[in-house]
Design a protein. Structure first.
Length: 160
C-alpha cells in the first residue's frame, strides 16, 4: 500500500507540475475583449480608447522630439520611457482592431453577394488603422500620428 501511495503521489505531483507549466505557458493575457461570444460589446468605448491611445502617442512623439538632442542621462531615460509608451499604445490599437473589431464585429460577405463592396471598405478602413499604428511605432513623425487619428475617425463611422 505504501508503494502504491508513493507512486500515486509522484504521478499526481508530476502531473500537477506539468499542468502548472502548461497553464503558465498557455494562459493568455487580457485583451480588448473576451473571445467568448457573449454579445456584450461597447464599440463606442473601444473607439474612445483608440483615440486616447492616439493622444498618448501624439504626446510621446512630441516629447521624444523635444528630448532628441539631449545627451544627459535623465533625458535619455525619459526619451526611452516615451518610446516604450508609444510602442505600447500603438500595439494596443493594433490589438483592439484585430482582436475586437476584425474578429468579432466584421462579418464576412462572399464575393458577388450584396454588401461585398461595403465589406471590402470596412476591411480597408481597419487595415488603415493598423498600418498607421505600425508607422507610429517606426517613426517619430507627427504626420504619421495625424494619419492614425484620421484612420480612426474613418473607422468610427462604421460603429455609430
Amino acid at each position: 500500500m505504501k508503494r502504491f501511495t508513493t507512486t500515486l503521489g509522484s504521478v499526481v505531483g508530476v502531473m500537477g507540475l506539468a499542468m502548472m507549466g502548461v497553464w503558465a505557458i498557455s494562459t493568455p493575457q487580457a485583451s480588448a475583449h473576451c473571445q467568448v461570444p457573449c454579445g456584450i460589446y461597447d464599440d463606442a468605448a473601444r473607439i474612445t480608447r483608440l483615440k486616447e491611445d492616439t493622444a498618448t502617442i501624439r504626446k510621446a512623439v512630441d516629447q521624444i522630439n523635444k528630448l532628441g538632442g539631449a545627451h544627459d542621462v535623465t533625458s535619455i531615460n525619459q526619451a526611452t520611457r516615451w518610446i516604450m509608451t508609444k510602442e505600447e499604445h500603438a500595439s494596443h490599437i493594433i490589438e483592439v482592431v484585430s482582436q475586437y473589431f476584425l474578429t468579432q464585429k466584421v462579418k464576412p460577405v462572399a464575393a458577388g453577394a450584396d454588401g461585398y463592396d461595403g465589406y471590402l471598405k470596412k476591411l480597408a478602413d481597419h487595415h488603415a488603422v493598423m498600418s498607421a499604428a505600425m508607422k507610429t511605432k517606426q517613426t517619430v513623425d507627427m504626420g504619421n500620428v495625424d494619419a492614425l487619428a484620421a484612420a480612426i475617425d474613418a473607422l468610427a463611422k462604421h460603429y455609430r
